[in-house]
Write a protein that binds this ligand. Structure first.
Ligand SMILES: Nc1ncnc2c1ncn2[C@@H]1O[C@H](COP(=O)(O)OP(=O)(O)OP(=O)(O)O)[C@@H](O)[C@H]1O
Ligand SMILES: [Mg+2]
Length: 304
């Protein structure tokens, strides 16, 4: 199995990078794919959004400085086939420490290489911070594919042009000749507003080949799920957000000519033993009662 390393990046803040990282990762596991989510953002939102604590010393930081291997930082999540390298606030210091060292643009590439070459995962997804600092640049120098989550709002295209310039620079300078914009995922789509429809139309006109057909709707449940430490396909499997991320995963695999139908026919996974680490979910009024961590669970719903 070949490991695809993909960065979820957009220097604009709050556009859905982390929501897409978490939920695309989880949805891919429901298609029997094995995924490592690398949280490269000191905010550690992907880490907490999957129910893991922010623990000092647990992030990729020491690996970037050459003092540890990435392998030693990989943790299981509560979900079968989904592992994570968590982040924590100290990772912010990496911006400075990495910049001081040599080969400062290639630290993430070198950190990821042994795990990539072990082919233990189908995908390594990297959740980038909202900046074009050293961490994001390192991620972009480490991957062959960038997926840009883009909010359906007026200034969205401006952010994208910055990303495109950067991809050009990284590939023409030789820092990462194979880098390409693989896809654009339109997020927080609200079909009731003309603006969202106009933005989607405009993005399709300019980037028809790259834009994913799946639109991620704006949904209260998607916004709630991270506070319960759960991906949407576990938190509310029949919600519009869960259906959208499942559809996105299907499109993501189809684009790469990866087989998923046959593989998905295998038996249901069990939640991993670390389920007890996840915080107990708090119910909202329209939600079913929360599962207790000790209750045996069926794991993420599988896809067809
Ligand atoms: N489709 C959606 N519907 C409703 N809320 C959403 C949706 N996608 C994201 N959100 C919410 O919007 C906020 C920003 O999303 P998210 O954290 O995924 O963006 P980000 O690009 O990772 O942000 P940052 O740049 O700070 O890392 C979060 O509160 C998230 O829960
Ligand atoms: Mg984020």
């Amino acid at each position: 199995m070949k490991t695809h390393v993909v960065a979820l990046a957009n220097q604009k803040g709050g556009v859905g990078k982390t929501t897409t990282s978490i939920n695309l990762s989880a949805a891919l596991t429901a298609f029997r794919k094995k995924v490592l989510l690398l949280d490269l953002d000191p905010q550690a939102n992907a880490t907490s959004g999957l129910g893991l604590p922010k623990t000092e010393g647990a992030s990729i930081y020491e690996v970037l400085l050459g003092n540890a291997t990435l392998d030693s930082k990989i943790l299981p999540t509560a979900y079968a086939r989904l592992d994570i390298v968590p982040a924590e606030v100290d990772l912010a210091g990496a911006e400075i420490d990495v910049a001081r060292g040599d080969r400062y643009l290639h630290r993430v590439r070198e950190a990821v290489r042994p795990v990539k070459e072990s082919n233990a995962y189908d995908f390594i997804l990297i959740d980038c911070p909202p900046s074009l600092g050293i961490l994001t640049m390192n991620a972009l120098a480490a991957v062959e594919e960038i997926v840009v989550p883009m909010q359906c709002e007026y200034y969205a295209l401006e952010g994208l042009s910055v990303m495109l310039r950067l991809i050009d620079e990284l590939s023409s300078s030789g820092a990462n000749p194979h880098l390409r914009l693989e896809g654009i995922v339109m997020t927080m789509y609200d079909s009731r507003t003309n603006l969202a429809q106009q933005v989607v139309k405009e993005v399709y006109e300019h980037f028809s080949d790259q834009v994913y057909e799946t639109l991620i709707p704006r949904s209260v449940r998607l916004g709630e799920a991270p506070s319960h430490g759960r991906p949407i396909i576990d938190y509310d499997p029949s919600s519009t957000g869960a259906l959208a991320y499942r559809q996105l995963a299907r499109e993501f695999l189809t684009r790469r000519n990866l087989r998923w139908q046959e593989e998905a026919a295998r038996p249901r996974p069990q939640r991993a033993a670390t389920a007890s680490q996840a915080p107990a979910p708090t119910p909202t009024p329209d939600e079913e009662p929360p599962r207790q961590p000790s209750t045996p669970s069926t794991g993420l719903p599988e896809c067809d």
